[in-house]
Design a protein around this ligand. Structure first.
Ligand SMILES: Nc1nc2c(ncn2[C@@H]2O[C@H](COP(=O)(O)OP(=O)(O)OP(=O)(O)O)[C@@H](O)[C@H]2O)c(=O)[nH]1
Ligand SMILES: [Mg+2]
Length: 305
């Protein structure tokens, strides 16, 4: 499926957060662009007084896939991976079925990583830590996301964005899977995040994301469970990363059972978002103290005894 080449973008600038809904305007220069490059776009044709500029080094791409008992879905999931992916890292959640065997059959060069704890967040953090690509992409192993969409994420990562997330709720995206209950929960949590961080995102709890690996430390990920996706978005906003959303189609899980419990995991996300907000509030308070005039500091010191 060819998705429209549009993105919904959010930028956190130093002078305050602003949000724009912008079409992609820079197609062609990216090695993953879905549009043909023009003569002027090509770095090979750029000349300097010293001669032709060297071609830029192509960025490498790691795909991280957490999998727990997904053997029956892997033929399709791994078969969808486009050539632009250089490395596939699977983090196995101590599967009791033939997940490892099926993965090695359908992707002989796959690299397995063990997770030390449990949960999707714990698995993804282990996978991110071991990924070697310049760009890290994550998808689920249940067949609900097609890796064929990856070039759309790469396009924006190679045109100025730091963190690109799939959205089921912008034009060109969709979900053939989400229930009314989950949609409402996702919407409510999204409103909270948008309000707290003055953002204008359209999706929150969705596991198709990509980012430049150099920002991994800045993302400061600690979540173990299904709160990982929301934490990635919130931390990207807090860190002031340039975020783009691209349309993505969520398909129904191909086979097997979901590991997610809507109420328990919704609560987990809510607590995580609120905890982050408190930290941000405390950090701001500390900064305010530094800027207080001397009398103000003295007053405060007196106040606190
Ligand atoms: N390694 C590992 N993977 C996990 C764990 N829990 C879930 N996963 C994987 O994380 C991905 C998402 O989990 P799902 O159970 O599909 O949850 P979901 O997509 O939020 O929920 P559904 O829409 O109902 O499928 C799948 O690829 C799972 O196999 C875990 O503890 N360890
Ligand atoms: Mg799923």
């Amino acid at each position: 499926m060819d998705l429209p080449n549009t993105a919904h973008t959010t930028q956190n600038g130093a002078s305050g957060t602003h949000v724009t809904a912008a079409p992609a305007t820079t197609a062609g220069a990216s090695p993953w662009s879905t549009e043909p490059a023009t003569h002027a776009d090509s770095p090979l044709h750029a000349t300097t007084p010293l001669g032709p500029a060297p071609a830029p080094r192509a960025l490498t791409v790691s795909l991280v896939i957490p999998a727990k008992n997904e053997a029956r879905n892997l033929a399709w999931v791994l078969g969808e991976i486009p050539d632009c992916v250089d490395e596939v890292v699977m983090v196995d959640g101590r599967s009791e079925d033939a997940t490892l065997l099926m993965a090695s059959i359908h992707r002989p060069d796959i690299r397995f990583v063990a997770q030390s704890g449990t949960g999707k967040g714990d698995a993804l953090r282990a996978g991110f830590a071991s990924a070697t690509g310049d760009i890290v992409v994550m998808i689920d192993a249940d067949g609900s996301m097609s890796a064929r969409e990856i070039p759309h994420f790469l396009h924006f990562l190679t045109h100025g964005y730091d963190f690109v997330k799939g959205s089921r709720f912008i034009a060109g995206g969709g979900s053939l899977d989400i229930t009314a209950f989950r949609r409402t929960g996702n919407w409510a949590l999204l409103q909270l995040v948008n309000t707290l961080y003055d953002a204008n995102l359209t999706d929150l709890c969705y596991g198709f994301c990509a980012f430049h690996r150099q920002f991994l430390d800045l993302l400061d990920l600690t979540a173990d469970g299904f709160d990982i996706e929301a934490q990635m978005t919130v931390h990207a906003l807090k860190a002031g990363l340039r975020i783009a959303e691209v349309p993505s189609l969520e398909l129904p899980r191909r086979s097997g059972r979901s590991n997610l419990h809507a109420i328990r995991d919704g609560n987990l996300v809510l607590r995580s978002v609120l905890r982050d907000r408190q930290r941000r509030h405390r950090a701001r308070h500390a900064l305010d103290l530094l800027h207080l005039p001397y009398s103000g500091r003295r007053q405060l010191a007196t106040h606190h005894g």
